[in-house]
Ligand binder design. Structure first.
Ligand code: GN1
Ligand code: MG
Length: 369
């Protein structure tokens, strides 16, 4: 039996999962953690679990990550139950060990967690289905709404400066200066492209620093694949992947979602003539998201949403480019130039957003009324 499988079985044993282990599948949509769907046979049927090994290079204090996640999910669960509904399929349920921990640390220091797979759920990386896109807007909007009165200061900052766009640019400059993987000369035009967007891209963060936009409890990783939908009705069930729940800007959650949900292509599309912001998709997401959040947003926050999309697209692209220059240390890649492909695709998308910014904000305004 290979090591991963042995580790998965050991983790499930420590979480007290009953029944007979059958098999596991790799889920490789995330770029950071290692995720497995694990099947147990119990009481005459198959039960499935999501088992994850956290990337402790990225999450240096994984216990703090699990503290954030457990308190936030318990908070949401209590809110849903208070309305008389069941929270069973609307929020993740993490397993606990006999020692009352939401994690298991194995002998090789690897850090693991486990939750029940939500029955009848589905997720998507990219979709053209406007109904699903609108539902994903609702999922992240509802998430912000549930946590609108959660004490922001109680959250651990699990990755400092996560959406500090200025610092993300600085990290790019550092990577250019060190040029660790000898790749700088092939990306000069991409660097220049991001430099031209810097003023716009860093504006929401600068507004945060100036106290013009409030810090709220935000998800911070709002890509479409981080929403679970009901496989039959296509309605949203829950926002998942809560590793980066931290204080942040609503513009960042909206923007990071748009980066993926309203793009015409996958994150690493190489044919740049295909890359654009799809205004129909954009409107569908906005309708769902703003419908759930407009009551809690200040005027300045409403006015920052479209710009947030440009900021998050450029910031994420800058991070991909930085990682490419550093020799692919952070994001998992599936082929050699993937981080460069991601960076070029994001630059093209961010430029298209810059051209469409006025229309994008008008669409936000329409649903804020
Ligand atoms: C990473 O782990 P995953 O794939 O959900 C990254 C996000 C990026 C995203 C780009 C902790 O998310 O910030 O936006 O890749 N997560 C972390 O697809 O850095
Ligand atoms: Mg993530």
């Amino acid at each position: 039996m290979e090591k991963t499988e042995q580790q998965i079985i050991e983790v499930c044993r420590r979480f007290g999962i009953a029944g007979e282990y059958r098999f596991f599948e790799v889920i490789d949509s995330g770029h950071i953690n290692s995720t497995y769907k694990v099947f147990f046979f119990r009481g005459g049927e198959m039960k499935d679990y999501i088992v994850q090994r956290l990337n402790t290079y990225v999450f240096q204090n994984p216990i703090a990550v699990m503290q954030n996640i457990s308190s936030v999910t318990e908070y949401i669960r209590a809110k849903i139950k208070a309305t008389g509904r069941t929270a069973k399929r609307s929020v993740l349920h993490y397993a606990k060990t006999d020692e009352d921990n939401y994690y298991v640390i194995l002998e090789d220091k690897s850090f693991w967690r486990c939750c029940r797979y939500i029955d009848g759920s589905a997720s998507f990386t990219q979709t053209d289905d406007l109904k699903l896109i609108e539902e994903s807007g609702k999922a992240f909007g509802a998430f912000l709404g549930y946590l609108a009165d959660y004490p922001v200061k109680d959250l651990h900052i699990v990755i400092p400066h996560f959406h500090n766009t200025l610092m993300r640019y600085q990290a790019l400059y550092d990577a250019i200066a060190v040029n660790a993987a000898w790749r700088k000369d092939e990306v000069l035009d991409v660097i220049e492209g991001y430099e031209a967007l810097k003023e716009l891209a860093t504006k929401p963060y600068r507004m945060q620093c100036a106290g013009e936009l409030p810090l709220r409890v935000t998800h911070n990783d709002t890509k479409t694949s981080n929403v679970l939908f009901d496989a039959e009705t296509s309605e949203y069930l829950a926002a998942i992947d809560l590793d980066t729940v931290m204080p942040g800007l609503v513009a960042f959650d909206f923007g990071d979602a748009i980066r993926v949900a309203a793009s015409t292509v996958d994150e690493d599309e190489k044919d740049l003539t295909k890359v654009a912001l799809d205004l129909e998709k954009y409107e569908a997401f906005t309708r769902g998201f703003v419908g759930f959040t407009k009551g809690m947003l200040t005027e300045k926050e409403k006015n920052s949403l479209a710009l947030g999309a440009l900021a998050m697209t450029a910031e994420c692209g800058v991070r991909f480019l930085t990682d490419y220059l550093n020799g692919d240390k952070y994001f998992r890649i599936h082929y050699p130039d993937q981080n460069l492909a991601r960076a070029k695709c994001h630059l093209t998308l961010a430029r298209d957003m810059a051209a469409k910014l006025g229309v994008m904000q008008e669409i936000v305004d329409k649903y804020c009324k």
